[in-house]
Design a protein around this ligand. Structure first.
Ligand code: ATP
Ligand code: MG
Length: 332
């Protein structure tokens, strides 16, 4: 029997953060063992948010992202890794899905509202249409599971809705994917503002820890992270009442693998600085291993380009099967 299919991806908008790792990539690694996995580098999504048209920077950021995937444990011999722009079927299906999407439902997307907040008239339509391209990414591969962070839940619900709508209108072609958002670690928050999601494109790098931050930087950032002024200090998981402390617990659990409830026992009656020291230690150790592998992989551009070439070929073959059926059903 064919394996069930997993699809996921990230935008190469900067160095991946521990939020991306804990919320998504560490689950990708496990899923490779059981499913057929397609992991995409979403460079077409990226151009909806960046103003620069520096081709060199784009390529570099994409290869950096690929090397980070490999360093985290994505195995190109098992999973298909590819660039979104290398598979033109994504944009072809995007147009067809455009014609099934409603302006009203896209206007309600939280990510669009947040990312366009300060731009008003200059916000591009690509950013507005982002969820439709994302739906095309997923539906092209007859995806069964999409492991993502909590912030992508709304886009995934939209993907399922548009797939059902298309199936009802033209005939069943798309598999309706299942959204996999883990109970813990699916929303790692900013270090200086634990009410805001950690994002790699954040203008203030003190808000996030990149997978490539060294031990000194990790220590500086974690020490500055917001906790609270409870007296005596209390370490337990309650994202509403104690967002800062809960975020540090979620990061420690996501990186070290210890459950949150165990961590609550370990840090009962301990100080915040004790929690932070442990977190610094744990992050420095795990990220150092990722970084060693990263610099090794990143230095071999031939290997990276080859992985993308093979990945695009495999992805196109699959994507084409779906796109052909869609064209036939519409009558094109
Ligand atoms: P950007 O600021 O460019 O949007 P990002 O950090 O939000 O960057 P994405 O490329 O948009 O990263 O998302 C990649 C994956 O990481 C998605 O599955 C997303 O849900 C997940 N993710 C992003 N941020 C977090 C976070 N703070 N906590 C957990 N998961 C996250
Ligand atoms: Mg994002």
């Amino acid at each position: 029997m064919d394996k069930l299919l997993v699809f996921s991806g990230t935008q190469p908008s900067g160095k991946l953060t521990i939020g991306n790792y804990i919320g998504a990539i560490r689950h990708w690694i496990v899923m490779q063992k059981y499913y057929e996995c397609m992991y995409c580098i979403a460079d077409l999504h990226l151009i909806s948010t960046v103003s620069s048209s520096n081709v060199y920077a784009f390529r570099k950021m994409s290869l950096d992202t690929l090397a980070l995937y490999l360093a985290c444990g994505v195995d190109p011999n098992v999973s298909t890794i590819f660039m979104q722009s290398h598979v033109p079927e994504h944009t072809q299906l995007n147009w067809l899905l455009n014609c099934c999407a409603y302006y009203g439902e896209l206007s309600r997307m939280t990510q669009f509202k947040e990312k366009s907040k300060f731009k008003q008239d200059s916000v591009n339509v690509g950013l507005f249409n982002y969820p439709i391209l994302m739906a095309a990414d997923i539906l092209l591969y007859q995806t069964n599971f999409v492991p993502v962070g909590d912030d992508q839940k709304q886009h995934l619900e939209f993907t399922c809705n548009i797939a059902r709508r298309f199936n009802n209108k033209f005939g069943t072609v798309f598999t309706i994917p299942k959204i996999l958002v883990p109970d813990f670690g699916s929303r790692i928050m900013s270090l200086l503002n634990p009410l805001k999601k950690m994002s790699k494109s954040d203008q203030d790098s003190n808000n996030y820890i990149s997978l490539l931050d060294d031990a000194t930087l990790i220590s500086k950032k974690v020490k500055r992270a917001i906790t609270d002024s409870d007296q005596p200090p209390a370490i337990y998981y309650d994202p509403v009442e104690k967002p800062g402390v809960s975020n540090l617990l979620a990061i420690l659990s996501g990186i070290g693998g210890e459950s949150i409830s165990n961590l609550e026992l370990i840090f009962k009656n301990k100080t915040y600085s004790c929690l932070k020291s442990n977190l610094i230690q744990s992050l420095s150790t795990v990220l150092k291993q990722i970084q060693n592998r990263y610099f090794n992989e990143r230095s071999n551009e031939n290997k990276l380009n080859n992985i993308l070439c093979v990945g695009a070929k495999k992805a196109r073959q699959k994507a084409n099967l779906t796109l052909k059926k869609v064209y036939q059903l519409i009558g094109l």
